[in-house]
Design a protein around this ligand. Structure first.
Ligand code: JB2
Length: 222
């Protein structure tokens, strides 16, 4: 049975997620954005912004699914723990999932993403357009694999990590928690937690303190 989704966010990422949900036959009666200037606008025709986060909570009832369609990983994490609602998986109909693939609540698997056998996708993770995830990978909660990325088998993407557009990762590599890999990088060695790595082959150019993503979202120390 087709599900009904309440979508948080009304920006570019929300448009893509709403489009995928509608294409897969789900109903999207409205989306929720904290920018009051967006109230009543329709990021996707027929799907209005009906309120902010507070109205989401009052409009949610058991049986409805929620997805946080905001690209920034730390913000998605912060919002995901605020509300006692049921998160659903937004799955584009053109995505290809192998046997044994599982995705946690709030995950977004977007057009033409391919996930091969026995890979596990975390809660609120984004597998963006046309990325490919080979067998036995682990993509952590709140991670974002941007459009056109390619991950070999047995790759681990840590919680909250961001792989920029077109990143390629050879098999068996671990990308650390809350690390960032610049667009087009080729990752041939493990990337530690809380780092930025760029280039071909990818090299670490920046190290951040543990919990940097919490401070960025006004949450103080970890
Ligand atoms: O706390 C919040 C909140 N903070 C920002 N609660 C709610 N309900 N909404 C919030 N927002 C809203 O998220 C902003 O008001 C804004 O409308 C939206 C973010 O939209 P934006 O277009 O700036 O970013 P995005 O996350 O939708 O898309 C980015 O990430 C994608 C993965 C862009 O970079 C896209 O190009 C990219 N594809």
């Amino acid at each position: 049975m087709a599900e009904t989704f309440l979508v948080i966010g009304a920006g570019g990422h929300a448009k893509v997620v709403i489009d995928a949900l509608l294409a897969s036959g789900c109903a999207v009666p409205g989306c929720y954005d904290d920018d009051p200037a967006l109230l009543g606008s329709e990021p996707v025709p027929g799907v209005p912004v009906v309120g902010g986060s507070s109205s989401l909570v009052s409009n949610w009832r058991k049986g409805l699914k929620v997805v946080i369609a905001i690209g920034e990983n730390g913000l998605r994490r912060r919002l995901s723990v605020l509300w006692d609602v049921e998160y659903g998986v937004a799955l584009a109909p053109s995505a290809v999932l192998g046997r044994g693939v599982a995705a946690g609540p709030g995950a977004m698997i977007l057009p033409s993403a391919t996930v091969n056998i026995d890979s596990i996708i975390g809660s609120h993770a984004i597998l963006n357009t046309s990325c490919s995830i080979d067998h036995d990978c682990r993509v952590g909660d709140y991670a974002h694999v941007a459009p056109g990325c390619a991950l070999g088998g047995n790759v681990v993407v840590g919680e909250g990590a961001f792989l920029g557009i077109g990143t390629r990762v050879i098999p068996g590599i671990r990308i650390g928690r809350w690390s960032i890999v610049g667009a087009g990088a080729v990752v041939t060695k493990d990337v530690p937690d809380n780092c930025t790595a760029v280039g071909v082959p990818a090299r670490v150019i920046k190290r951040r303190e543990e919990g940097w993503h919490l401070k960025m979202n006004g949450e103080g120390s970890p």
